[in-house]
Structures are given as C-alpha cells and as structure tokens.
Write a protein that binds this ligand. Structure first.
Ligand code: PXP
Length: 238
C-alpha cells in the first residue's frame, strides 16, 4: 500500500494572504485526515511564506496520522524538527529563495553533511528521507548516508507523462527497484496529479508514500476537499 500524504502548504499560503486564521490550517489537516489521507506533509521555508514553524508544532500535537516535515536542513530547521519530532523528516536541497523544490541532492557532494544529519535525526527516533532524482548513482550514494528512505523527485515524470509515459516512468521504476534491493524505502513527490498518479503507482513498486500538494489543492477548488482527497486515494488503489 502507498500512503497519501497531503502537502498543505497552499492552505497556509491562502491563510497568510489576509493575515488572519482563515482557512484554519490545523482544521484543514484534521479534515484531510478524516477524509482518508494517511499523512500530512509540510514544507516550511525560511521566510515563513506559507507554513510557519508554529504550525508544525500545532500539527504534531493534534494530527493522528503521519507528519512528514520537508525542508532544507538549516540550523533552525534541524532544531525545530528535533523539538517537534515528526514521524518523518525529508531533507531537501532547495535554496531559501526557491519558489518550490527544483532539484534533488547530489548525494556524494553532501555525503558528510547528510550522514551526520541522518544520524542526529535517527537518534531522536525520526524516520529520515532525502529528496533525489531517479538516478542509480544517487540511490547508491544514499545508502551510505544511513537514510531510511529516498523521495524520488517526480517533476520530470510529470512533464514527460503526456508525451511518452513509458519513457517517463522508466528511470523511476529502475530507481525504486534498486532502492528496494539496497534496503531503502521509496517515497515520491512533486507535480503528481489526478492524471499521472495511477500510472506512477502501478509502475513503481514498492512505493511507500506519495506527497501531493499543488495539484490536489487546485483540484479541491473544483471538486471540494473531501471529494478530491477521495479521488486521489482512488487513483492509488487502481
Ligand atoms: N516533495 C517536495 C520535496 C516538495 O518540495 C514538494 C513541494 O513543496 C512536494 C513534494 C509536493 O509537490 P506538489 O506541490 O507539486 O505536489
């Protein structure tokens, strides 16, 4: 089974646009759980433009499904996740000014940093994941960091899907197989959508978790949040 972790950054963006507490980010997370999603993902950025550190603490205290906190491992970020102790931390190499994550780790170049962060997080009982491109070299290098899982960066899959879906999926299939053989769990995320999710899930195995934000929240404008969460869950069961 692959779990659906809904990235709620966009709900916080909407809240922050007016400075109040509408929509209520925590309530949205609780509702998303009650609609069947098995996890909540947040990706706080240094400028707090969507999720704030205080949201992460609130969510950890109140949600009952898995909390996945993604982000660049600045000192502040690491201190915050060590306090919050979410179920999973996904380390992402995005620059502070990046609009959204736009690259995976070059694991060998950051080997010592990643290995030491993974060790610190694991000592606190936090599952670790690193965001990488679907590339055998990165998977093999990831194993040496001691990380539990990799999150495969799916933007290229999503872009190529409308052209040649078989070519688009090939590196992801291979990467997931290699990761599995080497004892790593596999998550995936970025630009997954109602159109491309079922094929991804059918082809990439095992797939522990997908984290989906932008497309899901956009779909919710048309279908409503409850219907939308259920539609994504249905795609994962096809
Ligand atoms: N994974 C990572 C590391 C991300 O940064 C994001 C976007 O915040 C996602 C997954 C989800 O991507 P999307 O919003 O396109 O579904």
């Amino acid at each position: 089974m692959s779990i659906l972790s809904v990235n709620i950054n966009k709900i916080a963006t909407l809240r922050n646009a007016r400075g109040g507490n509408i929509p209520n980010v925590l309530q949205a997370a609780l509702d998303i759980e009650s609609f069947g999603a098995q996890g909540i993902t947040v990706h706080p950025r240094p400028d707090g433009r969507h999720i704030r550190y205080s949201d992460v603490f609130d969510l950890k205290d109140n949600i009952t499904t898995e909390l996945n906190v993604e982000g660049y491992p600045s000192d502040d970020f690491i201190q915050m996740v060590l306090e919050v102790k979410p179920h999973q931390v996904t380390l992402v190499p995005d620059a502070p000014e990046a609009l959204t994550s736009n690259a995976g780790w070059k694991v060998n170049e950051h080997h010592l940093q990643l290995r030491s962060l993974v060790e610190i997080l694991k000592k606190k009982g936090i599952r670790t994941s690193i965001f990488i491109d679907p590339d055998e070299t990165q998977i093999k290098a990831a194993v040496d960091t001691g990380v539990d899982r990799v999150e495969l960066y799916t933007e290229n899959y999503a872009k190529q899907f409308l052209g040649d879906r078989n070519a688009a999926i090939a590196p992801y299939r291979k990467s997931a197989e290699t990761a599995h053989q080497l004892g790593l769990g596999v998550n995936a995320g970025h630009d997954l959508s109602l159109e491309n999710l079922a094929f991804f899930k059918q082809q990439v195995s095992p797939l522990q978790e997908v984290s989906i934000g932008h497309a899901l929240i956009c779909d919710a404008l048309y279908f409503g949040l409850e219907n939308t969460v259920k539609m994504y869950l249905h795609q994962l069961q096809k």
